[in-house]
Unconditional design. Sequence first.
Length: 201
Amino acid sequence: MSKGKKSRIALFASGSGSNFQAIAQSVQQGEIPASIAMLICDQPDAYVIKRAEQFQIPVFSFRAKDYPSKLEFEKEIVSKLREAGVDFIFLAGYMRLIGETLLNAYRGKIVNIHPSLLPAFPGKDAIGQAFNAQVKVTGVTVHFVDEGMDTGPIIDQESVKMAVDETRESLQEKIQGIEHELYPKVIKTLLTEAVMEGTKE
């Protein structure tokens, strides 16, 4: 990244995009030193696409089944990201494992948020897993992405206490509230450090 240049980031999402919204608002308000170059979405009818349109953020949506393999659709994604000059990728509810094509292109620059205190409850429905296990404490983890499922190096975590009368819905609300504060904060720190590194070059 050249001196004084804001990072260009891409957000990946598959669903309603509440974390996308929190990040986009933080960028718009100048809290995150970045511009959002693109939303990548693997569900062309996902609500997150409407959110991106409201922020006038370009969207690349696709259906995995329209490609012969993960290699092929990831090659197209990498091509789109490079065309847009993307420096970092932040997953915001993207429900696919990142493959080696994307990992190799953006090694160490792909970050995910997960609704549990990893390594506990990786994978799908982490909130439901924690609720069913009746743990006393769960939380949120922001981590770098590697080849595994929610196994990359942890950047930051925040815990959530499970109330005696907790419901799955109330737990989800608590966790989402923390996600919407923690993720933009971590992104700001990571990108500020990247800009500082850029000024040393």
